[in-house]
Design a binder for this molecule. Structure first.
Ligand code: EPU
Length: 424
């Protein structure tokens, strides 16, 4: 197993190019199952998770080839098949094939994901939604077995909480259903807009994308599409926060500043200088201004609120601020696993329920330590902390990072960070 070694305390200077979004690539790859043909996806990141979903669709009969960031997926020979626990346990987003399989074959059998490092994460909203389409779902031997006796029938689906993959799954089932579907309290994340863009190119009739009510008029068939994956807003945010934590000046390119409304406001409030162009963001944070890093409260919310996937990284930044702030996690019940690891680096953080109180270390800063990655975003907060800390940080279990950050070491060394991988 590999670990990540960081010699911290080096201000970052330069440019970082952002890759395509993991959480858009996954549903878009799943959506290729909806119709036979050769689909072209552009700006596809090469990540552990994208490789996992490609393995999954290959097991169902799809073939694919990648040239650089362009992926061609041929789904002509896809057949009904089950999605095993081995795949779902490595990546929960495997459940995203439920909707397309039901739409195309009228049945699906996918292993039920268990809990994970950030919370219970049930898929009851997905199941209830499918049932509204006339699908019978039962749980057998750890698998969700979903069967529709006849073509899915559109209906209204309401989410108690806006669910990202829930909205995506229901959308993918609805596009080939008979009649009209209305998704109420739908998630509004930009990745859903990207999926809708693809589905519309395939011939689907969808309106209301980007709002909390999406309407779908089912169609009889779809065709293959050519679509570009949006830039990864979480990767963008992670590098901005890392630059803010280390000092220096970094321009993050090939990104979409419109997708980070909450983070950009919080970074400005923290006293960091932000310059925004159409597809790049520059963050300026002179090292000597570290003492001016203000403490800022955050509360994670569905989009366009502050993203839970950038909570851990912001907490690492706040551990370096000049006062006290509160981090409120409202999306997942167990998303403070990074706190104990950040404490090993000197961070002063107390947690209670959904809140964490961070007392910034200001000029005292953080110090390098051996720490352990527990999930993807927790790991990236340790990278942020390690880059800013004095001395050496070693992060073990970096396979978590490889799920969601393409070429992390290359991108960080490109802006002057001293970071490399070593065998454990
Ligand atoms: N929820 C339910 N029942 C459901 C579905 C969701 O109770 O059937 C709850 C969840 O437990 C959670 C809330 O609803 O409390 C929202 O969860 P959501 O369904 O939106 O999460 P998700 O779709 O499983 C996606 C991202 C996550 C990201 C969340 C929230 C993908 C593949 N995953 O997960 O990304 O944290 O939305 O924005 O899109 C990551 O990239 O590191 C990651 C975890």
């Amino acid at each position: 197993m590999e670990k990540l070694v960081i010699e911290g305390g080096v201000p970052l200077y330069g440019e970082i190019g952002i890759s395509g979004a993991k959480n858009a690539a996954l549903p878009l790859i799943a959506a290729t199952l909806l119709s036979g043909g050769v689909h072209t996806l552009r700006n596809v990141p090469d990540l552990r998770d994208t490789r996992t979903i490609l393995k999954l669709i290959s097991e169902l009969g799809a073939t694919w080839q990648r040239e650089g960031t362009v992926l061609q997926i041929d789904t002509t020979s896809v057949e009904y098949g089950e999605v095993s626990y081995d795949l779902v346990k490595t990546m929960r987003a495997s459940v995203l094939v439920l909707g397309p399989m039901l739409a195309r074959f009228g049945k699906a059998r996918v292993s039920l994901p268990g809990g994970c490092a950030i919370g219970e994460r049930p898929i009851n909203f997905h199941i209830t939604g499918f049932e509204r389409f006339g699908v019978q779902c039962k749980l057998e031997e750890g698998y969700v077995e979903a069967i529709a006796e006849q073509r899915l029938r559109g209906n209204s689906v309401y989410f108690d909480i806006p669910s990202v993959t829930g909205t995506e799954n229901i959308l993918m089932a609805a596009v080939l259903a008979k009649g009209k579907t209305t998704i109420k309290n739908a998630a509004r994340e930009p990745e859903i807009g990207n999926l809708i863009e693809m589905l519309v190119k395939m011939g689907a009739k969808i309106s209301g994308g980007g709002s909390d009510q999406i309407t779908v008029e089912g169609v009889d068939s779809l065709v293959a599409a050519d679509v570009e994956i949006i830039p990864d807003r979480i990767e963008t945010g992670t590098y901005l926060i890392a630059a803010g934590a280390t000092g220096g000046e970094v321009t993050v390119t090939h990104c979409n500043p419109d997708h980070l409304p909450a983070l950009l406001e919080k970074l400005k409030t923290a006293g960091l200088q932000i310059g925004i162009e159409s597809d790049s963001i520059t963050i300026i944070s002179p090292t000597k201004n570290r003492k001016k890093l203000q403490s800022v409260d955050i509360k994670t919310m569905p989009y366009p609120g502050y993203p839970t996937d950038l909570q851990a990284q912001f907490m690492a930044l706040m551990a370096l601020s000049n006062s006290i702030c509160v981090v409120n996690e409202t999306i997942f019940e167990n998303r403070f696993m990074h706190v104990a690891e950040l404490r090993r680096m000197g961070a002063e953080i107390k947690t209670g329920g959904k809140s964490a109180v961070v007392t910034g270390r200001g000029e005292k800063g953080l110090s390098g330590a051996r720490v352990m990655a527990t999930d993807l975003r927790a790991s990236s907060s340790l990278v942020v902390a390690g880059l800013a800390a004095s001395g050496r940080t070693e992060i073990s279990r970096i396979y978590h990072l490889e799920r969601g950050y393409e070429n992390l070491v290359g991108k960080l060394t490109g802006v002057g960070a001293r970071v490399w991988k070593e065998q454990e």
